[in-house]
Design a protein around this ligand. Sequence first.
Ligand code: PRX
Length: 659
Amino acid sequence: MSDDAATAIENLSQETRTFSPSSEFVQNAVARPSLYQEAERDRLAFWRSAASLLSWKTPFTETLDWTDAPFARWFADGTLNVAYNCVDRHVESGHGDQAAILAEYEDGTDATYTYAQVKDEISRMANVLTDLGVKTGDRVAIYLPMIPEAAFAMLACARIGAPHSVVFGGFSADALRSRIEDAEARVVITADGQNRRGKQLPLKPAVDEALATGGDSVEKVLVVRRTGGDVEWTEGRDVWWHEAREDASAEHEPVWVEAEHPLFILYTSGTTGNPKGIIHTTGGYLTQAAYTHRNVFDIKPSTDVYWCTADVGWVTGHTYVVYGPMANRTTQVIYEGTPDSPHQGRWWEIVEKHKVSKFYSSPTAIRTAMKWGEDIPAKYDLSSLKLLGSVGEAINPEAWMWYRRVIGGDRCPIVDTWWQTETGAIMISPLPGITATKPGSAQVPLPGIGADVVDESGKPVENGEGGYLVLDKPWPAMLRGIWGDPERFKETYWSRFEGLYFAGDGAKRDEDGDIWLLGRVDDVMNISGHRLSTMEIESALVSHEWVAESAVVGAADETTGQAVVAFVILRGGNEDAIAEAGGEDKVIETLRAHVGKEIGPIAKPKRILVVTELPKTRSGKIMRRLLRDVAENRTVGDTQTLADASVMDLIQEGMSSKG
Ligand code: PRX
């Protein structure tokens, strides 16, 4: 085991509290204990039956083809359309008037879209995209804030079988450009701007900047008007959505595609500098999205009001805002703004207003709410809540208990759901009404999922032991590869342990056999539940002319889980320029802004330390473990393998003098 995994595993506290669901919850629960037995008895038959949650244009005859492992094909000879499954069929079955989206805007205004209205909107947008030249198979980049149009754009792409690549609105122009170029997107869908903490932030200028210096595949930019005001306009390329919409027909025949047709690409950080385009396909992905959403969140389509606070820029926003909920005909809240705008009770005000019954959020958000104080949620009536979910990183037992007591009124089961961009849908989670929950543990693989904790040699560990989390059976929503790089797919996920998918996470089985997630064991950090790679930020730093070398670590942080801490060595010969700019403080400010520009504000290091040396092994590998010790104010671990052990003294001295 790597040093990192060992450290993470030692940190595990003992947790013995468990919470059984109430008998009322058990009686009405969607998930039945027999699911586990059915999946155990015949896993493929189980998934076949889960696939009947969808409407197929042509039924499939083969469930899984794993002959070309690790490239899976699920339900491959069936055909379907995702938008039809998420919208049209609900209208056809008489639920056109049911609210699909309860949109809450940051300024306090709101809007409701019924399923019938969503069908019209996405049909119009599908027609507009087709007019703009988008064909089945073409890629479309989506760079939008959290407004209903983001969901419409995704569903419109799905409707014509054009894989989308959603780029988080907080990413920079450079990050957007590299994603556009990797996927060779033909069209970009964006907005003029977005509302953020009472301010209007421009968004389209980032698209203009990205396309000014690259992104040559892009022919058209479709622009949603959100904030109003002046925007730069490129004639012949830019098209207003509200204008194109006027002439667009609300009739559109969905394009029926094969189950293995790509639905989307989503870029995520890996252990090397450039993000990976994770590919998800149609039938298997939507099957697992719908099945997990329904069972994990105990969804009753006619009565629930569901709210997942994730942005569509992340996988959670794909699977548990757009595809899972809409396939299940859920009524859901979509909120444009931040939790503290215009006040710190905003989320709870929304829960009260819409009588939200199922709430899915992240540990970092819960810890932030804890910090703000429980008197804030106490001002609102949260009695509509029936179930709470958590995703993105391990939730510490203290935050779990707070979530249960303060938000869930001691009555709501909490589902701590483990999964990844790559897995496409939830893999490990309690099932409400069945599992007695344990604060801090994701506990058990869902029915139909094979997950295990193994040691260095790939052997399952005993209860009470730690190791690496692996997935040992193919699953319907699994990634089908990395866009344009099948070798990297095999190398990244399938080479560490023979025949097993390695998730990159450390984990432990407790005495009951429950799984506890213990954080990444590779060079991927988890900041507020978002994945960032140390290498990506390092290469952003060294792309600045002042920086010779850098090392980035994720240091434990009370609120965000981890925070980015960067150690940089400055390039000689810039002393005059630096002095002129204002010295070391200015260097730090400049470099933080530079990372913000290269990647996006979420990647800005919380701390930057200018050092003269970095700890390296004799073979020249940076020992990030030691830097993490420094960043977390711990006694520095074993320095024996360092080429020059005195380096650490120097760094520590520097650190303490700068606080
Ligand atoms: O380290 C795990 C952590 O988030 C990683 C996946 O990140 P991403 O692809 O961005 O997807 C996040 C949302 C699904 C995992 O490898 N992670 C996610 N959920 C949990 C978690 N760690 C512990 N407990 C969780 N519930």
